[in-house]
Design a protein around this ligand. Sequence first.
Ligand SMILES: Cc1ncc(C[n+]2csc(CCOP(=O)(O)OP(=O)(O)O)c2C)c(N)n1
Ligand code: SF4
Length: 287
Amino acid sequence: MSEPLKTTDYKSNLKPIWCPGCGDFGVLSAIYKAFEELQLQPENTAVCSGIGCSSRLPGYINAYTFNGIHGRVLPFATGVKMSHPEATVIAVGGDGDGFSIGAGHIGHVARKNIDITYIVMDNNIYGLTKGQASPTTPLGVRTKTTYYGNMGMTFNPVRMLIAYKASFVARTFAGNPKHVQKMIVEAIQHPGFSFVEILSPCVTFRGKEQFKIIRDKVVYLNETHDIEDELKAFDIANNEEHFTLGVIYKKRRPTYYEIVMEKVTAKAKTHSNGTPEISKLLDQFQP
Ligand SMILES: Cc1ncc(C[n+]2csc(CCOP(=O)(O)OP(=O)(O)O)c2C)c(N)n1
Ligand code: SF4
């Protein structure tokens, strides 16, 4: 029997070039530990991203990794999962990548319940391009693009994901990597689309005091929380006085792949190993 994999087995040869103190370090360290806990096999794991500081993360992981086009991580990850349903597929990125240019994709991945985990390192700013406002920049905050203070209402990712019928929605904080690890493990284990918002401060363009500001507003869900109660989940998301951390909503429903297999391939003759016979599948499309 082979030796269990250790966190070091999941590290690539690249060294992170994030600014010292960036929240994304805590996220990366939690991902290594989550992979070790789950004993993910690098050859059966894909970690994909768009463009941004946070989107550099796949480069630091020993697995199949892809650093793609700004805002397009979800279509790419969907393609990987549909062509390799047996693989663990993880999409990562920032709030700019996911909620600005890439926002149109989230609803479709959520409603189809594609079995991937989407981790957003939310720092409320565009870090890589040096400090422009993002959809999650708080109201009134001055940035490079909001000289008089941000005038647009602040986006609430957890509320949006619940509304989009994501089957797993969690929030956590890079300042507590153990909790990040727990959320990532649960998200990967969930069959279906799982979304994890990680509050991950940008110390350079939002200030290092962000860690304290967030820590002072954090509350943790306990085991009395009914994770299948959608209205309660909305209540939690709507409470913007606090950052409530934990699995806020979770419900098992068929994944896209399960539905496809049931509706389409179940009709076709299968081989003795359970895989569909392609010629029978193609016959279905003959007039
Ligand atoms: C099509 C396209 N538009 C814009 C950009 C410029 N761009 C690169 S990263 C980025 C935003 C990064 O912010 P975020 O996704 O929040 O990640 P962070 O750097 O904060 O981790 C932008 C606008 C780009 N690379 N490609
Ligand atoms: S600019 Fe911000 S998000 Fe980017 S590496 Fe530096 S601290 Fe992190």
